[in-house]
Design a protein around this ligand. Structure first.
Ligand code: FES
Length: 341
C-alpha cells in the first residue's frame, strides 16, 4: 500500500512521490531524491512546516507546540517530518523546487494523433513513453517541446491524470510557431518532450457547488477537471459556461454532453460573442451567469480563458458584490507561455 503525494513548490513546479504505509512524508521525499526543508527531523524546530491542501493523514503526536501550534493545526499546517499520510495528499511547500534540489520532471512522448477540431483549435494526443503515465493535478499544464528542440510552449492537459494518452486543446494561432509545426509539419510518431507538471490552477477538494467558466481553448484544463470529477462520482452541482468568439470555434460539445450523463448534477451552456451566431446564447460568459449559479457566494469558481475575459469576469463579480468562497483562475496567453527550449 502506498499513497501518491503531490508536492507543490512555491515556483509552480509540482513533483509526485510515493509514500509507503507508515512512512513519513519527509523520509519518502528524501528516498525519492527531494530534499524538503528540515532541520531537527524530530518535531522540534518547525522548519519542515508545510500546508496540506487535501487528503487524510496522521499528524503525529510527538511534536512541540513551538513547532506546530493548535491554530496552525486547525489551518491544515503539517510537519512533514512527523506526518504519515492515510490517503493521497496535496502538500504546498513554501520553498522553490530548486532549493529542495529538484525541478520539473522531463518526459518523452510520441505524437499519436493531431486532429483539427475547428478552424481555431487543434487537439494533440501524445502517448507517454513511460509505462506508468504522468501524474498531474487536473487543471495543470506542461511545457511541450518540438522534436528539433527549437519551440517550447505551455499547454494545459485536457485528459485524466495518470492516463498513458495525454491530450491537449491547442489554439491554432495564425503564424504561431507551435501551431505551424503541429498543423503543417508534425506527423504521427514524432517525439515531443514534456516538462512539468506546473501551475496553481487545479481542482481542489470539492466541498460546495462549482461554477466553471471557459473561454476558447481555456476549455482544456476544465475538461481534465471534469474527467476527474466524473471519476469521483460527484453529486455536487457543477455548471460550466463555455464562451467562444465565433460558431466555428466551438469544440468538444459531444464530450460535454457525455459529461451530463456521467455527472448527475452537471450542466453546461455555450455562448458565442459573434451576434451572427446560430446559437441561442450570444454575448460573453458574464451575460449568462445567473444568481442560481452563484449560491450567494457559497461557490467555488474555476475560470480559464484569455486575459480580457478573466479581467472582465473579475470586474463583473466585483460589480455584483459577489465574493465566491474560492476563485481560481488561469490567464490563457499562448505567446506569453513561451519558455526557452
Ligand atoms: Fe524540525 Fe520537522 S524538521 S520539526
Amino acid at each position: 500500500m502506498s499513497y501518491t503525494i503531490a508536492l507543490n513548490f512555491e515556483d509552480g513546479v509540482s513533483r509526485f512521490i510515493q509514500c509507503n504505509a507508515n512512512e513519513k512524508v519527509l523520509d519518502a521525499a528524501y528516498r525519492q531524491k527531494i530534499n524538503l526543508p528540515m532541520d531537527c527531523s524530530d518535531g522540534v524546530c518547525g522548519t519542515c512546516k508545510c500546508h496540506c491542501e487535501s487528503g487524510q493523514f496522521d499528524l503525529g503526536d510527538d511534536f512541540l507546540d513551538d513547532a506546530l501550534s493548535d491554530t496552525e493545526v486547525a489551518q491544515q499546517m503539517v510537519l512533514t517530518c512527523q506526518m504519515v499520510p492515510e490517503s493521497d495528499c496535496v502538500i504546498n511547500v513554501p520553498m522553490a523546487s530548486t532549493l529542495c534540489k529538484t525541478a520539473s520532471q522531463k518526459w518523452d512522448t510520441t505524437i499519436s494523433r493531431i486532429t483539427s477540431l475547428s478552424e481555431s483549435t487543434l487537439e494533440l494526443e501524445l502517448a507517454c513513453d513511460e509505462a506508468c503515465g504522468i501524474d498531474f493535478l487536473s487543471g495543470q499544464y506542461v511545457n511541450l517541446t518540438t522534436p528539433q528542440g527549437d519551440i517550447t510552449r505551455a499547454y494545459s492537459f485536457s485528459s485524466l491524470p495518470g492516463a498513458n494518452y495525454l491530450t491537449f486543446l491547442i489554439r491554432n494561432v495564425p503564424n504561431g510557431a507551435m501551431s505551424l509545426y503541429l498543423s503543417q509539419h508534425a506527423k504521427t510518431g514524432d517525439k515531443m518532450t514534456l516538462a512539468g507538471p506546473q501551475g496553481s490552477f487545479y481542482l481542489r477538494e470539492v466541498q460546495r457547488p462549482l461554477l466553471l467558466l471557459a473561454g476558447g481553448t481555456g476549455l482544456s484544463p476544465l475538461l481534465s477537471i471534469l474527467h476527474t470529477l466524473a471519476r469521483q462520482e460527484n453529486k455536487t452541482p457543477i455548471h460550466l459556461i463555455y464562451g467562444v468568439s465565433r460558431d466555428t470555434d466551438r469544440v468538444k460539445l459531444d464530450e460535454l454532453q457525455k459529461f451530463t450523463e456521467k455527472l448527475s448534477n452537471f450542466s453546461f451552456q455555450l455562448c458565442v460573442s459573434d451576434p451572427a451566431t446560430a446559437e441561442a446564447l450570444t454575448g460573453h460568459v458574464t451575460d449568462h451567469i445567473h444568481p442560481d449559479h452563484l449560491y450567494a457566494g457559497e461557490v467555488d469558481i474555476y475560470l480559464c480563458g484569455p486575459p480580457p475575459m478573466v479581467d472582465s469576469v473579475m470586474d463583473w463579480l466585483q460589480q455584483q458584490q459577489i465574493t465566491p468562497t474560492h476563485f481560481y483562475y488561469e490567464k490563457f496567453t499562448p505567446q506569453a507561455a513561451e519558455v526557452p527550449a
